[in-house]
Write a protein that binds this ligand. Structure first.
Ligand code: ARG
Length: 429
């Protein structure tokens, strides 16, 4: 008897995959696996009900803690991709691993997802699954299915699919973000209606301040109350969401190269990322902050790609861990007008001295104010020399480049400059 494990949500795509895995791929048995990374209860109900109606053996795996831990690694790396804190992206390897575990326990020889051939998730899932010996199957992509075909097929087979709860948008929710895409949102010039949002209220004039405590770059408490990662994120999604914090509307460049319009909500992520960066601003040196931006950017890119287990990420995290040893302290965040802004920060590791920076003191330790005069004289010295040389040889600097073949006829093309400059060259010859 051959078995295949299917990443199952109970939506249209994964529902039609169930009979197709038997009919088209010849499996005797399909099992469905739903992984809990913080979706709303209604999604599990939908999955359960659909699985029941299909007679599908269904497993639910709780991976919230693991996922929350990864999100907080993302905080230490100030992780965003084109403004979005990677909710969907970071969840995929966690989900993929959990499904693979069930597949192996249940003696499956195949593993399948319902992703299309256009998105990022197919790549993120398969990067993990293709490390195993299981047959990786993507029915929607491989059979070239369209939504219309799926709807007809579902009707024909009398499959339990309910027509569009939550509108026609495609929604992906987990602890770290809620993503809304598709339908009328596909027009980048269409202003999203307020009802695409479920986690954030439209900002009002109200404000609130909270204090977040960090230990080694990990957020551990809010207003002095300690939380485990899952609860911390859930708590902040509630508090910050009420002030409209963490809405993103962006044109996202997917891995395959497609540009898509994406809307996200991520109140906790925005709050924690802003607070964390503010604390780094207090404790890290200028050169650490500058270099860490490169590290953070690489971490984020690997996170977006679903390749968080790449050796490069381990190496980046070595640098991150070293810097985070001092990212301990508190940050006060003010929610105001849809923003979560750091308004105060404190740490015993501050690379800062109020006394030295103050306008009121004349010296910085033993350094007197007038000692800066020498530095001021040298500042920008090379550029002064270069600019003088340019001014003295202005005509040479402005002269257009000559054609490399020496013919002069195609000067404009050869130099890649405009035809006007091309004729200058001819004039000179
Ligand atoms: N484009 C985003 C990403 O790749 C999120 C897509 C979420 N999916 C959805 N059906 N809304 O990370």
């Amino acid at each position: 008897m051959t078995r295949v494990a299917l990443a199952f949500s109970g939506g249209l795509d994964t529902t039609v995959c169930v009979p197709l895995l038997e009919e088209e791929y010849g499996y005797d048995d399909v099992i469905g696996v739903t992984v809990d990374v913080g979706q709303p209860a209604s999604e599990f109900e939908e999955a359960e009900e659909t699985a029941d109606a299909l007679g599908l053996e269904h497993y639910v795996v709780d991976a919230k803690e693991e996922f929350a831990d990864l999100c907080l690694e993302g905080v230490r790396a100030n992780a965003t991709y084109q403004g979005y804190p990677l909710g969907t992206a970071l969840a995929r390897p966690v989900i993929a691993e959990a499904i693979l575990e069930v597949a192996e326990e249940q003696d499956c020889t195949g593993i399948a997802h319902g992703c299309t051939g256009k998105g990022n998730d197919q790549l993120r899932f398969e990067a993990i699954w293709r490390d195993s010996d299981l047959e990786v199957i993507a029915p929607v992509r491989e059979l070239g299915l369209t939504r219309e075909w799926e709807q007809e097929y579902a009707a024909e087979k009398d499959l339990p699919v309910e027509g569009g709860s939550g509108g026609d948008w495609s929604i992906d929710t987990n602890l770290w973000s809620r993503s809304v895409e598709g339908d009328d949102l596909e027009d980048p010039n269409y202003v999203p209606p307020e009802d695409i949002y479920a986690w954030t209220q439209a900002p009002t004039g109200e404000t609130q301040e909270i204090e977040i405590t960090f230990e080694k770059g990990y957020p551990v408490a809010v207003d002095g109350v300690e939380y485990e990662p899952v609860e911390l994120i859930e708590h902040l999604n509630g508090v910050a969401g009420a002030y409209g914090v963490g809405r993103t509307d962006s044109m996202e460049d997917r891995m395959l190269g497609l540009k898509v319009r994406e809307n996200y909500e991520h109140p906790a992520a925005t709050t924690l990322l802003n607070a964390h960066e503010a604390l780094e601003g207090l404790v890290l040196t200028q050169e650490e902050r500058e270099f860490k931006q490169l590290i953070d950017q690489k971490w984020s890119k690997k996170g977006y790609e679903g390749l968080i287990d790449a050796p490069l990420v381990g190496a980046l995290e070595g640098f991150i861990a070293e810097t985070q040893k001092r990212v301990t302290g508190t940050v006060t965040i003010r929610f105001e007008g849809g923003q979560a802004r750091a308004v105060a920060r404190d740490s015993k590791f501050a690379a800062y001295s109020a006394e030295h920076a103050s306008f009121d003191t004349e010296t910085v330790g033993k350094i007197k104010q007038e000692d800066a005069t020498g530095v001021a004289k040298y500042h920008g010295f090379q550029r002064r020399l270069a600019n003088e040389a340019i001014a003295a040889n202005a005509e040479d600097v402005e002269k257009p480049e000559l054609a490399t073949d020496g013919s002069g006829g195609d000067a404009s093309e050869a130099s890649g400059s405009s035809s006007e400059q091309g004729s200058d060259v001819e004039d000179e010859e």
